[in-house]
Design a protein around this ligand. Sequence first.
Ligand SMILES: Cc1cc2nc3c(=O)[nH]c(=O)nc-3n(C[C@H](O)[C@H](O)[C@H](O)COP(=O)(O)OP(=O)(O)OC[C@H]3O[C@@H](n4cnc5c(N)ncnc54)[C@H](O)[C@@H]3O)c2cc1C
Length: 420
Amino acid sequence: MAKKVIVAGGGASGLVAAVTAAENGARVTVLEHKDRVGKKILMTGNGKCNLTNMSDVHGKYYSSDTESLEQIYDTLVRFDAQETRKFFQRLGLYTKEKRDGGVYPVSEQASIVLDVLRSACSRLGVTIRTDCALTAVLPKKNGGIARVMQEGRNAQEIAYDRLILATGGKAAPVSGSDGSGYALAKSLGHRIIEPLPALVQLRCEGGFFKALSGVRAQGTVRLLIDGTEIAAETGELQLTDYGISGIPVFQLSRLASRALYDGKRCEASLDFISYIFASNALDSSKIDSKKMENMNFFPDKTVEECLSGLVHKKIAAVVCKQNGIAASVTIRQAGEEKVRRCIKLLSDFRVRVAAPKSFDSAQVCCGGVALQEVDEHFMSRRCHGLYLAGELLDCDGICGGFNLQWAWATGHIAGEAAAR
Ligand SMILES: Cc1cc2nc3c(=O)[nH]c(=O)nc-3n(C[C@H](O)[C@H](O)[C@H](O)COP(=O)(O)OP(=O)(O)OC[C@H]3O[C@@H](n4cnc5c(N)ncnc54)[C@H](O)[C@@H]3O)c2cc1C
């Protein structure tokens, strides 16, 4: 007898779970509370969908429980980036790899990813019910009852053999992931690790951010928690009127989010110049003296002008102001000590991180359903007939296609197991 599988959530993990369960003989219904499925897929990779990454997955994922990392890597070995590419190719979508290992549809259109998933659902007879929210689950000995609320209709109950909860997290709620899945999972006996915004901009303290707004600069961000550096990322930093953004900041943001949530002191040290000297193979301890030597060549130039040869003018102006150096002050007038302090600030511009931006701005969540509570098939250890997939689980990846890879992999594994 074909299993009756309900998939709650028509996002990345839910659609792959639905296709896979149907390919394995199940009768599948997808419940999606938005007016259409896959809204978030359309937003990914700036509309290009960075759908996976060919590089080694180790070190690219986080979980609140470090012991769960092995489970994450094991999953991503069983269904890896190559499997994702094969899966989509089977559905008629060809992909290409970029230099950083990121994989995109050859047309670089996120919409085609959704199109092939929707047409596979249609070909396989998957029923898609949009404007239809899963509001409660009543598990029974074999399967259970899903209570749903479809717009314009009374509440309804649908019997299932297997339920796959693929409702996403709380990031970008405009796409439909409003966090309702956490309450459903909790009602079924699961423990939820507080979901927090990740891959997100960081709000920082400091009146000078207004003056720095709009600056894009190559550099390194070092994250300090309670005074100790815990991670660093290099790339293009974006300075905004509220704080810091850009890929390096996104990559560190989940660590900052969690530390702030735990009541720890969180600082970012912005280094705008070390990379310039790195290419000259200069040891970092020698950078300050090398820079000092260069500055002393121009005793009658203003400090601001000299610093502007190294960094964006707006940064130079803020650094001078922080050291009480007016725009017209020359190197000679400022004196060695003050100039030295300016140079130091260019490689260690400390800012206090106040908070991550909200879920509205975040690309993913960190936290979610504890991974120890699902087995290797993503079957719940707490509730019979229940499977969980995607961002709802306590796993988050860095930028670069790693989060969608988690969604495809867990959706595929759960879909296959649920149909069996
Ligand atoms: C702007 C942006 C860009 C991104 N770019 C990339 C990228 O390029 N590469 C990458 O790897 N990752 C990217 N991500 C992250 C990636 O999109 C997510 O990690 C992934 O979509 C998670 O898949 P999911 O299926 O778990 O959840 P979602 O895709 O969020 O899907 C969950 C679905 O469940 C539905 N739902 C929720 N609750 C209910 C309910 N009670 N009843 C019925 N339906 C419900 C929602 O409406 C939604 O459709 C990006 C995210 C954002 C916001």
